[in-house]
Design a protein around this ligand. Structure first.
Ligand code: ADA
Length: 564
């Protein structure tokens, strides 16, 4: 297994990645009465992995059981850690139910009571059927395939009664190296705590009887020796190890601030234009469970394209990817899972609660990544309706309460009449002029792009919104890999190349646009239903690369503008 930050030196972390027992129970199982003991005909399956990306279970929607065993220290507490699973799951240890959960792509932790026996049996019932009540965050109408299973890593942590949950590091001054470390304790939290702290593997500093807040947090102010600020050009990273009597944690961070001033995004006080792509965690063969090698390849390809920025559309990102972005100097827009939600959703308290919970978990997980420079949520929600306001307000305040160091935004497809832009730090707009073209008779209507962007910016200025940065969070055109056409018609590589070239030229030369995330990095699987009539091959084909990362003509066009 590839371990991501935070890491542990002394704490026993048992990786549960590998081969698990697996049984697909069927498509019409009643989850209230499902009997795991009745599972027959066990198969073997890889974790991490999406079961419905395997040829044997491709396209199946129903209930499945994953099962494994782990040898632990008898009598010691456990914390079971799922880095991401979908779409609904019941977690059972030694026959006792720990939790039932539906927060796809979220980072989930469960406390496990100790046991006198060494061997613990972990059973996870997963379900990938759509059901608005049971799975409020992931629905069939989303334009990307909804996979099921344990698609990210699983670990068992052996922890003492008082353990370290996280240490959040905020940069106070990147050049002076001053930081604030908030040590979050877990378990039997005392009123004060003795901590040993090591920066960059240097000598330990002892902090005796540090006061602990009612929420279990001890705050330390520290200074990094030889500070080098983190930036895309120089992505220098530091580590902070905190130890308690029986536990330890190592967090990695970068010395960097992100702020907005008027219409500009500043990294360590310096203006920077965001040039990049929206990227789904998707591969033709593996669905959302990408091999590590693929993550590296994707970032190398983005670097070759001249990008400094990725929008992690449309859900909390794989931590291996964010660790790599930290190391390779990419800037990331991370967002909670959302796609085109309507007034109906905003009126549904369980949907709203799940959204807020997922946003909180995302911030908790990714807060130390210097690469993550802004938080988002509810991609293309009905933000032009009055009913949207309470949920947008709750999300903005939940995120700001958890992290006040990064701008907050959301991608809107209602640029002319959005009602919530005033709540956020950056105005983000998705638009497809020249693709979902105004003039359906025009061939290759690239000329629609510039006036539409101008009209959007004028309208924002008229509404007094040009006091904050404006970014284009989606814009793009489809092309079928290998489809060359002298007519430069829709779906041809030629038209996509011309389209992307025009967008990149506009963004790079217009100072009012603080950044762009082209839609999208690579093709990804979407609707398998009649909705695919707009999605040839049942893929969203707006990738500059196809689902195997084969570049289309647009690759060269984008590269020449972004690197030129
Ligand atoms: C929307 C949406 C994307 C994708 C895109 C498209 O903007 O946010 O996920 O569906 O449209 O390809 O049409």
């Amino acid at each position: 297994m590839v371990s991501t930050y935070p890491k542990h030196v002394c704490r026993q972390v048992l990786s549960l990645d590998g081969i698990w027992d697996f049984c697909f129970l069927g498509e019409d199982v009643d989850l209230d009465t499902v009997d795991v003991a009745a599972a027959r005909s066990w198969d073997r399956i890889a974790v991490p992995g999406a079961f419905d990306a395997c040829p044997a279970y491709a396209g199946r929607r129903g209930t499945a059981v994953y099962r494994t065993t782990v040898r632990t220290t008898p009598g010691q507490r456990g914390r079971l850690h799922f880095h991401g699973l979908g779409m609904w799951a019941r977690i059972v240890v030694d026959g006792e139910e720990l939790a039932t959960v539906s927060l796809p792509y979220s980072d989930l932790w469960f406390d496990v009571p100790s046991s006198p026996s060494e061997e613990r049996v972990i059973t996870v019932v997963v379900d990938n059927r759509f059901d608005r009540q049971r799975v409020p965050l992931q629905e069939q109408f989303f334009d990307f395939y909804a996979y099921g299973g344990l698609y990210r890593s699983v670990e068992w942590h052996q922890v003492p009664d008082l353990s370290l949950d996280r240490v959040f590091v905020d940069t106070l001054d990147p050049h002076a190296g001053s930081i604030r470390a908030s040590v979050h304790l877990h378990g039997a939290v005392p009123q004060s705590v003795d901590l040993d702290v090591c920066l960059d593997g240097g000598p330990p500093q002892h902090f005796a009887t540090t006061p602990v807040t009612a929420d279990g947090v001890a705050v330390l102010e520290l200074r990094v020796a030889d500070p080098t600020p983190w930036s895309p050009a120089c992505p220098t990273l530091h580590t902070l190890q905190v130890s308690l009597k029986d536990d330890d944690i190592t967090e990695r961070f970068g010395l960097r601030t992100v702020s907005v001033a008027d219409d500009t995004i500043l990294i360590n006080g310096e203006a920077l234009k965001l040039l990049g792509y929206c990227r789904h965690e998707a591969h033709a063969q593996f669905g959302p469970a990408l091999p590590l090698q693929q993550l590296v390849h994707d970032l190398q390809l983005l670097r070759e394209l001249g990008c400094n920025y990725v929008r992690g559309s449309h859900y909390p990102q794989d931590q291996r990817f964010l660790d790599l972005c930290d190391e390779m100097g990419f800037l990331v827009f991370e967002e909670a899972l959302g796609w085109g939600q309507t007034v109906d959703h905003f009126r549904d308290p369980s949907f709203c609660a799940a959204q807020v919970e997922q946003a909180r978990l995302m911030v908790h997980k990714s807060r130390n990544h210097p690469s993550v420079i802004m938080w988002g949520f509810l991609n293309e929600g009905a933000s032009h309706t009055a009913e949207s306001r309470p949920l947008y307000e709750s999300l903005v305040s939940a995120i700001r309460e958890s992290d006040s160091t990064r701008p907050v935004t959301y991608a809107s497809n209602h640029p002319m009449d959005d009602l919530n832009f005033d709540l956020v730090d950056i105005v983000s707009v998705n638009c497809y002029p020249g693709w979902y073209a105004a003039d359906r008779e025009a061939v290759s209507p690239v000329e629609e792009i510039r006036p539409r962007l101008e009209a959007i910016m004028d309208s924002l200025a008229d509404r007094g919104l040009s006091d904050r940065p404006f970014i284009v969070t989606e814009i793009g055109a489809g092309a079928i890999y290998g489809w060359r056409d002298p007519l430069e018609a829709h779906w041809s590589e030629e038209y996509q190349a011309a389209y992307l070239g025009e967008v990149c030229e506009i963004v790079c030369t217009d100072a009012r646009i603080a950044g762009v995330a082209l839609w999208q990095f690579c093709d990804c699987r979407t609707y398998a239903s009649g909705r695919a009539l707009m999605r040839p091959r049942a893929f969203n084909n707006k990738g500059t690369l196809d689902e195997y990362r084969r570049p289309k003509l647009g690759f060269g066009r984008v590269k020449s503008v972004f690197t030129g």
